[in-house]
Design a protein around this ligand. Sequence first.
Ligand SMILES: CC(C)(COP(=O)(O)OP(=O)(O)OC[C@H]1O[C@@H](n2cnc3c(N)ncnc32)[C@H](O)[C@@H]1OP(=O)(O)O)[C@@H](O)C(=O)NCCC(=O)NCCS
Length: 196
Amino acid sequence: MVLRPYRRSDAAAWSEVRCANQAWLAPWEPSPSGRWEDLNSPAAFRYVYRDHRRQSRRGEAMPFAVCLREDGRERLVGHLNIGSIVRRAFCSAYAGYWVDGRVAGRGIIPTALALAVDHAFGPGGLHRIEVNIRPENGPSRRVVEKLGFREEAYHPRYLHIDGAWRDHVGYALTIEDVAAEGGLLARWHRLRSTAS
Ligand SMILES: CC(C)(COP(=O)(O)OP(=O)(O)OC[C@H]1O[C@@H](n2cnc3c(N)ncnc32)[C@H](O)[C@@H]1OP(=O)(O)O)[C@@H](O)C(=O)NCCC(=O)NCCS
């Protein structure tokens, strides 16, 4: 698995994976402002890419393409963003993610999230990462629970997702939670090896 910044040349692969996964992703994403195929076309990626670049440059977000390296080739299979970064006394951000349903259940996003959190706590200079999840999104709740995020809050009508204001469960992790274990990826590796 590879976590890397987006490239302009990701347009076709990004569009293919987004269009193939409409039914899989739509229930968990911000209500769309147009037709799915238009918002996820290769042409639309130009705006997504520009937005990612602008937010990264301003220090507001760390958007990553999640890729698999198979047979010497790299395949874009998902997305992970550390976004809405606030610094000063907060040094906190929100993580969001998705993976291609065709490769779900292989631990790709827990690994990607662990890598991204370690990056955010290390070179990124952040102290706290929060993940907000619809209560009925069992797979996503499993991701953060497996990694040991703390369930901290219940937010009624928190985000406008898939056409309505939806409740969310708030999970969080601070740097102190993983420092003694050598980071979140080290914790994830340890947990996986104990489980197998
Ligand atoms: C949530 C999501 C990112 C998890 O990514 P992943 O890489 O599949 O994560 P995991 O492999 O750790 O699987 C998480 C859980 O999904 C469930 N799962 C496993 N295989 C699955 C499959 N083929 N299809 C659906 N769910 C599956 C299991 O409950 C698993 O937990 P377990 O390891 O305790 O059995 C992914 O399901 C997804 O993209 N969902 C749609 C978008 C979304 O919900 N984004 C998050 C919004 S908060």
